[in-house]
Write a protein that binds this ligand. Structure first.
Ligand code: GDP
Ligand code: MG
Length: 556
């Protein structure tokens, strides 16, 4: 395939505006999948995607399309819409020359429409605006076209009105892809050079890397190297994703596909790496800006014996999701584990769910926290303002775009849900990191009978310390069973106690249930009590059930 007849594009949009549905239609129309009623978001292959009805992983599909007597190879990448997964979008964009920017004809431009537009715009890609869901009763494509003109400065004539669900005008989208998006600039005569833009770990075959070939060609049996580790591999298999793996003999400049080269370690073929032929070294491609973790949480195995298994599951999953940062950590109560960084709460939940579903791992996750930079000084005198308005733009008479500066911890936990419910689902929200700001924050300890519990130490805003300390003490009181002595549960700032709950003494005498002398029954009960104790951790002289930590740290 000559590069002139290749088009690489991705579909970007706000969540639920119809990216995956449009991808289904494009796959059907080009014969990649059969036309049946059952095709719903076929590129959403992960169980978590099916259950939640959202895309969290970008997926690639190569399509063959005939246009005016010529055969074209179209490489489509479907991307997630939620802000937590925008790293997937920015990586996908690096393998493309154009994007389909989908906007819901009813909802119009939303926060992630704007965010994703700028990702494509800054990468200087061709942007094709597509107005979807024109079949809806309340569809107002006129209004959406005005918004697109106003916010993105794209003439309304360039918009294509479609219904992805019903297939209306989808053919026009394919024509626009061929006519408006430029072919990749890649010469088959150059040395082979490919960017690893996604990676997967397959239990049997090792690393399966998704690559965009920027120059030359590669074939089965070739000896290749990765720029990152400079190790040599032999290509075992390569091919196109249509969207399932479709082995071929070669991959050429301009093509997007997969490659398997006997890489058995997740450190090999990392996302952003460059592959080249052993005998023709090239300069490495720029790769990707590392993702900036916004939310941190501890992850621990349920039982320390599961530590090695969980480690390999986390390593394999982070190969597929390189936006997660991993650091080893340990805690008195939970043993050895990790501190993981995520792009947001949904990202954290999805990662956790994927660990459980795809790797059969069960984990303990501690409460999410956001990064702070502590400056030790007695005068943090500046009064912290919770939000500062930065600017405001009217998109049209019904919609306004506002920019605020927020402390991240105010935004991370439940801000989005609150905003949605206050605005009856109309408002949408996106954020980016604005750097560190000085704030009046203090460290709050939780004490059990006077001993601080390290993993329950939190950083709170001074004004929130009292209610949050009280709530933690109450929740801890509910999750720790009574013991032979009284337990004081306290929240403290420095040496000052700000909240207290008391757990009254009590002895759970399991033998009280045994009237008479049934010794086997007695033994059974004693054994059960011992097993129950195993799930306990000792803090000072207090036995704390493991789930108490989770219950206290978990969001309500
Ligand atoms: P994504 O999050 O952008 O990938 O959106 P999906 O493709 O998953 O679609 C979100 C929802 O919108 C699904 O329930 C689709 O069935 C629905 N949808 C997508 N396209 C259309 C359309 O053209 N018309 C109507 N009425 N619904 C659509
Ligand atoms: Mg989707």
């Amino acid at each position: 395939f000559p590069a002139e007849r290749i088009r690489n594009f991705c579909i970007i949009a706000h969540i639920d505006h119809g990216k995956s549905t449009l991808a289904d239609r494009l796959l059907e129309m080009t014969g990649a999948i059969a036309k049946t009623e059952k095709n719903k978001q076929v590129l959403d292959k992960l169980q978590v995607e099916r259950e939640r009805g959202i895309t969290v992983k970008a997926q690639t599909a190569s399509l063959f399309y005939s246009h005016e007597g010529e055969q074209y190879l179209l490489n489509l990448i479907d991307t997630p819409g939620h802000v937590d997964f925008s790293y997937e979008v920015s990586r996908s964009i690096s393998a493309c020359q154009g994007v389909l920017l989908i906007v819901d004809a009813n909802q119009g431009i939303q926060a992630q429409t704007v965010a994703n537009f700028y990702l494509a715009f800054e990468a200087q890609l061709t942007i094709i605006p597509v107005i979807n869901k024109i079949d809806l009763k309340n569809a107002d494509p006129e209004r959406v076209e005005s918004q697109i003109e106003k916010v993105f400065d794209i003439p309304r004539e360039e918009c294509i009105r479609i219904s992805a669900k019903q297939g209306t005008n989808v053919e026009m989208v394919l024509q626009a892809v061929v006519n408006r998006i430029p072919p990749p600039v890649a010469s088959i005569d150059d040395p082979f050079k490919a960017l690893v833009f996604d990676s997967n770990f397959d239990h049997y075959r090792g690393v399966v890397a998704n690559i965009a070939v920027f120059g030359g060609q590669v074939r089965k049996g070739d000896k290749i190297m990765s720029a990152h580790l400079a190790k040599t591999y032999e290509v075992n298999e390569l091919g196109l994703l249509r969207p399932d793996e479709h082995p071929t003999q070669k991959l050429f400049a301009g093509q997007v596909g997969y490659i398997i080269a006997g890489m058995k370690d997740v450190k090999e073929a990392q996302i952003g790496d460059t592959l080249y032929l052993q005998e023709q070294p090239v300069k490495a491609l720029p790769g990707f800006k590392p993702a900036k973790a916004m939310v941190f949480a501890g992850m621990y195995p349920m039982d320390q014996s599961e530590y090695p298994g969980l480690r390999s599951a986390i390593e394999r999953l982070t190969l597929n999701d390189s936006s997660v940062t991993v650091q080893r950590d340990s805690s008195l109560a939970l043993g050895a584990g990790w501190r993981l960084g995520f792009l947001g709460l949904l990202h954290m939940e999805v990662f956790n769910q994927r660990l459980e579903q795809e790797y059969n791992a069960s984990v303990i996750v501690t409460a999410p926290t956001v990064p702070y930079k502590a400056v030790l000084s007695s005068a943090k005198l500046i009064k912290n303002r919770r939000a500062i308005q930065k600017n405001m733009v009217y998109i049209d008479d019904q919609r306004v775009m506002m920019k605020y500066l927020f402390p991240l911890n105010e935004v991370v936990v439940d801000f989005y849900d609150l905003l949605k419910s206050l605005s009856s689902g109309y408002a949408s929200f996106d954020y980016e990191n604005a750097g560190y700001q000085a704030a009046d924050l203090i460290k709050m300890d939780i004490l059990l009978n006077g001993r601080p519990v390290e993993e329950l130490t939190t950083i709170v805003h001074r004004e929130r310390a009292y209610p949050s300390g009280k709530a933690m003490c109450e929740r801890l009181k509910d999750s720790i069973p009574r013991q032979m002595f009284e337990i004081a549960v306290q929240a403290a700032i420095g040496s000052k106690i700000i909240a207290r709950e008391t757990i009254k003494a009590f002895r759970k005498n399991v033998l009280a249930k045994c009237y008479g002398g049934d010794i086997t029954r007695k033994m059974k009960l004693l054994k059960r009590q011992a097993e129950g104790k195993k799930k306990m951790r000792r803090i000072g002289n207090v036995e704390v059930p493991k789930d108490a930590f989770i219950n206290v740290l978990k969001r309500k």
